[in-house]
Write a protein that binds this ligand. Structure first.
Ligand SMILES: Nc1ncnc2c1ncn2[C@@H]1O[C@H](COP(=O)(O)OP(=O)(O)O)[C@@H](O)[C@H]1O
Ligand SMILES: [Mg+2]
Length: 158
């Protein structure tokens, strides 16, 4: 069965970390994952869960000031972008955002709306919104790789 969308309630930050780790099981090189939602919605926490799930044991900092934090986990590169403070999309057109979209790299992008014109096909679109005291997560898959990831995610629900 192909699953295209799924919603889940995340009761606390640990549930967000766990959701990230469940999504990580289906992450493969070449995938592009976007994370939308207001400041404080839990986007960075979800990425931290993905990295932990992939086996990253070190710190996971928010890239909100530096635009990009990068990780290497065995043969996979993981690029974590945050475009909240990003104003000039043309700047990246010349500095080469596209250089990061490679078959051996997973790209996780916060505030993708800021660079929409520069993005290729998105495999998984994640949206978080506050549902006090927790968060509501919505996952949409748009490619075969995204569907496979979402199926693994759904198969491991609590
Ligand atoms: N499901 C959740 N329920 C309650 N708090 C959460 C949840 N997920 C994350 N948080 C908390 O929300 C705050 C903001 O998270 P963060 O990941 O930095 O958000 P963003 O990257 O979207 O700005 C953190 O204190 C985090 O622990
Ligand atoms: Mg963030």
């Amino acid at each position: 069965m192909i699953i295209e969308e799924r919603g889940e309630f995340l009761a606390d930050a640990d549930a967000t970390l766990l959701a990230g780790a469940r999504l990580a099981r289906g992450l493969r090189g070449g995938m592009i994952v976007t994370l939308s939602g207001e400041l404080g919605a839990g986007k960075t926490t979800l990425v931290r869960g993905m990295l932990r799930g992939l086996g990253w044991g070190g710190a996971v900092k928010s890239p909100s000031y530096v635009l990009l934090e990068h990780y290497q986990i065995s043969s996979i590169y993981f690029y974590h972008f945050d475009f909240y403070r990003f104003e000039d999309a043309a700047e990246w057109e010349t500095t080469g955002l596209a250089d990061y979209f490679r078959p051996d790299a997973v790209c996780a992008i916060e505030w993708p709306e800021r660079v929409a014109a520069l993005l290729p096909v998105i495999d998984l679109s994640l949206r978080l919104r506050s549902a006090e005291p927790g968060r509501q997560l919505h996952v949409r898959a748009s490619t075969l790789a995204g569907n496979a990831c979402l199926e693994k995610f759904a198969a491991t629900s609590a």
